[in-house]
Write a protein that binds this ligand. Structure first.
Ligand code: ZN
Length: 494
C-alpha cells in the first residue's frame, strides 16, 4: 500500500504517501515548476514545500523524447510529480505525443508520480464530445493499468466528467476498478478562476461518493487558500498549482481569505508578517517588476503553506468544520455550499470519525448545523433508543452535560424512573437522559435553533402517551402537552 491514513475529520484526512524518493504528508500541495523557465528558484520553493510538479510534455518536446534525469535538471532533491500534457490539450486542443509513450517517458526521467495522458475538457464542453473523451480516457487508463506493475512510480488516473454527473460517476467507478495508486479530478481551473467554488466542490463530492474510498485523491489546479480547506474536508488529499507565480505576475497577493491587488493596498505594509513582507508597499511598487514578482511569489508560497498547516492542525483537533464556518464567510459561494451540504450528510456521517483522540469542544451554528455529521449521527443512534416509560418529561437546561445540571438531579430525586427525562437541545433536538454524556452532545456550544432538529424532536415524541414540558415550548399538534411551571409540579403528573 502506498498510502496510509493517520488522522481523520469529516471526510478529510492526514495521510502518508510513500514514493520512491520519500514520504509526502498529506494534504499536500505540489507547486508547479517549469523546466524551461523557472522564475522562482527552487531553493526558495524548497523553504515551503518538499514536493513539486512539472510538465513532462514540455520536457519531452524540449529533449525530443530523450530521457534526462528530471531531478538533476531541476536541481531538486525532494519528490517530483509529473503531468502528461493534458492541460495543454485543454488549452490548445491537442498534443503531439502518444499516450503510452508519455507514460513511459515519465518513468524514464525518474518521476515519482506520473499521470496518464487523459483527454480533459472544461465545463462548457457539449455532452456528446464529453462522453467520447470520457470513454477514450477510460480506454487509455485500462491500457496503462496493464503495465502498472512494471512502472517504478506511482500512477495517477484522472476522473473526467466536469458538470455531467452521470459521466463523473461512470468515470469514477470504471477507473476505481483498475487499481491506480492515486485518482485525480481533472481540470476545474476555469471554474476556480470564476470563483465557482460550489460547483467544483460538488464535482469532488460526486467523485468521492463513487471512487475507491481509501485511495488518495488529487485535485488539479486548485491553489487558493479559500478552496483548500473545503476540498480537504470532502476528501481531497493532493493539490497542484501555479497560483503562487501566476498571481505574482500580475501583482496579486494571495491571503488566507482573499486575493489582494497591490494597487489596492492603502496601508504602509501588507497585512502579513512573513519576513519578506517587511518591505514597505511604496518600495514594493517602485522596485523592478522581476524583483517584486519574486517577493510576491514567495509570499504566496508562504501563505499556501500556512493554510495547509492550519488545515492539518484542524484535522488533528477535530475542528475542521469550525474552520469551514470561518472560511465560508469569505465568499457567498462557499457559504451556500456549506448550507447545502446537508444533501450529502449521509456521506459525511459515514466518513467522519465518531471520536477524536483529543476531542475539542465543537461550535454549532443553527444555519449550517443540519449539514454536519454529528446531529445526523445522533438521530441515527436515536433510532435504537426506546422509550423508558410511556410518560416523557422534556426540559431545557443550560448546564452541560445536561444530566449533571441541578435541575436534572433535583427532578430525578422527585420522580425517579416514573417518566423518561429528555433534554431539549436547539441543535440535536431531543437528548434522552441516558445519552447526555456521549460525545459531542455535551462538548459543544451553539448559537440559534435548528428547525430540522425541532421537527425531528416532534416526530420522536410521538411515542409517548403523556408529555410534560418545563422551560421549553413544544406545540405538538396531535397530542396534548402539559406545561409545568415548576419542577415540583412535574411530580403531580407522573
Ligand atoms: Zn507575506
Amino acid at each position: 500500500m502506498s498510502f496510509e491514513i493517520v488522522a481523520k475529520d469529516i471526510a478529510g484526512r492526514i495521510g502518508l504517501l510513500y514514493t520512491k524518493s520519500g514520504v509526502v504528508e498529506t494534504p499536500a500541495l505540489f507547486p508547479v515548476v517549469d523546466p524551461r523557465r523557472q522564475e522562482v528558484p527552487l531553493e526558495v520553493v524548497e523553504k515551503y514545500f518538499n514536493q513539486v510538479i512539472t510538465n513532462a510534455y514540455f520536457l519531452y518536446r524540449l529533449t525530443g523524447g530523450k530521457a534526462v534525469d528530471i531531478k538533476k535538471l531541476l536541481g531538486w532533491r525532494g519528490v517530483v510529480m509529473t503531468d502528461s500534457g493534458a492541460y495543454q490539450i485543454l488549452r490548445y486542443g491537442t498534443v503531439e505525443v502518444d499516450p503510452d509513450e508519455i507514460l513511459y517517458f515519465q518513468q524514464k526521467i525518474g518521476s515519482d508520480i506520473g499521470v496518464i495522458l487523459d483527454l480533459p475538457f472544461d465545463y462548457e464542453e457539449p455532452y456528446e464530445s464529453a462522453l467520447l473523451k470520457v470513454e477514450e480516457t477510460i480506454r487509455r487508463a485500462k491500457r496503462a493499468a496493464a503495465v502498472l506493475k512494471d512502472l517504478d512510480m506511482l500512477v495517477v488516473a484522472p476522473i473526467q466528467g466536469a458538470l455531467y454527473t452521470d459521466l463523473l460517476i461512470r468515470s469514477a467507478k470504471e477507473l476505481s476498478k483498475l487499481g491506480f495508486h492515486i485518482y485525480a479530478i481533472g481540470s476545474p481551473t476555469t471554474l476556480l478562476e470564476e470563483y465557482k467554488f460550489d460547483l467544483i466542490l460538488k464535482i469532488v463530492l460526486d467523485v468521492k461518493l463513487n471512487m475507491m474510498r481509501e485511495a488518495p485523491l488529487h485535485l488539479f489546479g486548485a491553489g487558493h487558500p479559500l478552496v483548500l480547506p473545503f476540498a480537504v474536508a470532502l476528501g481531497v488529499d493532493l493539490f497542484d498549482s501555479a497560483s503562487y507565480i501566476l498571481y505574482a505576475r500580475d501583482d496579486r497577493i494571495i491571503l488566507r481569505d482573499r486575493t489582494l491587488r497591490l494597487d489596492d493596498v492603502k496601508t504602509e505594509y501588507l497585512p502579513c508578517s512573513t519576513k519578506l513582507c517587511y518591505t514597505p508597499v511604496k518600495e514594493l511598487r517602485e522596485m523592478p517588476k522581476q524583483e517584486r514578482m519574486m517577493l510576491i511569489a514567495e509570499h504566496n508560497l508562504a501563505v499556501l503553506r500556512e493554510e495547509l498547516l492550519e488545515i492539518k492542525q484542524r484535522i488533528y483537533e477535530g475542528t475542521l468544520w469550525e474552520y469551514l464556518e470561518i472560511k465560508a464567510r469569505a465568499h457567498p459561494a462557499l457559504y451556500r455550499f456549506l448550507k447545502n451540504l446537508h444533501r450529502y450528510r449521509r456521506l459525511l456521517e459515514e466518513y467522519d470519525p465518531e471520536t477524536h483522540p483529543d476531542p475539542h469542544g465543537l461550535f454549532f451554528f443553527a444555519d449550517t448545523a443540519s449539514s454536519r455529521p454529528e446531529p445526523m449521527r445522533h438521530w441515527t443512534r436515536m433510532s435504537h433508543v426506546s422509550a423508558l416509560s410511556k410518560k416523557a418529561v422534556v426540559i431545557r437546561v443550560n448546564e452541560k452535560p445536561y444530566n449533571r445540571s441541578w435541575e436534572y438531579i433535583y427532578l430525578k430525586g422527585i420522580i425517579g424512573d416514573r417518566a423518561h427525562i429528555l433534554f431539549y437541545d436547539p441543535i440535536f433536538g431531543i437528548i434522552p437522559e441516558e445519552l447526555a454524556e456521549i460525545y459531542p452532545l455535551s462538548q459543544n456550544e451553539s448559537e440559534g435553533e435548528d428547525e430540522a432538529a425541532r421537527a425531528r424532536a416532534y416526530e420522536w415524541l410521538d411515542r409517548y402517551d403523556v408529555i410534560i414540558t418545563y422551560n421549553v415550548d413544544i406545540p405538538l399538534v396531535n397530542k396534548s402537552v402539559i406545561k409545568a411551571s415548576s419542577l415540583e409540579e412535574i411530580a403531580l403528573y407522573v
